[in-house]
Design a protein around this ligand. Structure first.
Ligand code: FAD
Length: 336
């Protein structure tokens, strides 16, 4: 059985960032999970359907990991202003100038984040990549045994669960998660807009759910329409022109006529809350490394905070858990 410091399960954005951060601090890492398909950046590639609005603290973390400067800046966009419209026509505006910050958030494609993190992990000598699937954990005298598909077994001091909302690591620690369906589906696509978006994130609270448009480079926006499930499914089944017209009806006159500029995807929205944050075998950490609800839950995607919380949690919590690994806390867990 191979002996390694930390097993990071899951090679998505959060797992890659956690593995990189820990390896840069000198730990020997096994990064476990299927490799993501990394795209080749080109000037002409359409924008990814999965767009993240990331907080300044996440950008600072990615800078610290020395990957942010590798992100193609021409494919990112600042959010300088947020405009939120209520269903009775009231409006709220937040802007970077009055908050005395450079920007409220940055829009970046998931594929770009995955590309730069995946490449950095490949160049990091402290990371050993194992394409196998995590299967289960065992608690031994000399550490935690991690069993993988294909029969491989590792002996580690800490396991970081970054394996998504249906986490097998969470299940292996014996912590149950309560999953509540919001009864909503998020319909996601990219659109070209007739008028400039003014680096603004727009949100309309309507009787058909929340329509959000995030600014992409040029005159493009990313739609997240969180609609009641039956409407969301119907919207996702529309052809691209009909969906763009439907969105225009909800968002005019600010951005003018919208035209399709990407494929459509739909995500059912669920609330995931773990039943407890700590047992004798594991602890769930938030961004400060303290036991708290943040990293232990999946929130409605409309909050736009998933990666921000989890990348932070992945690095800081894993470090804190590692430092603590000889004590009672044996398994750090940094993903819902
Ligand atoms: C519509 C929508 C909009 C969103 N918008 C935003 C936003 O604006 N900003 C933001 O910050 N967040 C946003 N989010 C949330 C964000 O998408 C998630 O927080 C983020 O994708 C989580 O990344 P992750 O790496 O933890 O998990 P995932 O991306 O789910 O990756 C998990 C990885 O683990 C692997 N894996 C699974 N099981 C195993 C196993 N047994 N063994 C090994 N590997 C395994 C998978 O293959 C995968 O690679 C949004 C979500 C939705 C649905």
């Amino acid at each position: 059985m191979r002996s390694i410091d930390v097993a990071v399960v899951g090679a998505g954005v959060v797992g890659l960032a956690a593995a990189l951060g820990l390896a840069q601090q000198g730990f020997k890492i096994a990064l476990i999970g299927p490799r993501v398909r990394v795209h080749e950046p080109t000037d002409t590639a359409p924008f990814d359907t999965r767009i993240y609005a990331v907080a300044p603290a996440t950008v600072a973390l990615l800078e610290q990991l020395a990957v942010w400067k590798r992100v193609d800046v021409a494919r990112t966009n600042a959010i300088l202003t947020m405009r939120v419209f209520g269903d009775r026509g009231d409006a709220l505006t937040f802007d970077a100038y009055s908050a005395a910050v450079e920007r409220l958030a940055t829009i970046v494609e998931e594929s770009e984040l995955l590309r730069v993190l995946d490449t950095a992990c490949d160049f990091q000598p402290g990371i050993q990549r194992l394409a196998a699937e995590f299967e289960t954990l065992g608690d031994g005298a000399d550490g935690i045994s991690v069993r993988l598909s294909g029969g491989d077994e590792l002996l580690v001091k800490l396991v970081v669960g970054a394996d998504g909302a249906q986490s097998a690591v969470r299940a292996a620690t014996g912590v149950n998660a309560k999953v509540t369906d919001y009864g909503q589906t998020a319909v996601v696509t990219n659109l070209a807009c007739e008028r400039p978006h003014l680096d603004t994130a727009w949100q309309w609270f309507t009787d058909e759910g929340v329509v959000a448009l995030l600014p992409l480079p040029g005159q493009h926006v990313s739609l997240v329409w969180s609609a009641p499930s039956s409407l969301g499914e119907a919207l996702a089944a529309l052809d691209a022109d009909a969906l763009a017209e439907r969105v225009t009806l909800r968002t005019r006159p600010d951005l003018g006529a919208l035209k399709p500029s990407g494929r459509t995807a739909a995500f059912p929205l669920r609330l995931v809350v773990v039943e407890r944050l700590k047992n004798e075998l594991m602890e769930i950490f938030n961004v400060d490394g303290n036991a708290s609800g943040l990293a232990g839950a999946a929130f409605n995607g409309i909050f736009g905070q998933g990666v921000s919380w989890r990348t932070m949690a992945g690095r800081d919590a894993a470090r804190a858990a590692y430092d603590d690994a000889i004590g009672d806390t044996r398994w750090g867990f940094a993903r819902e």
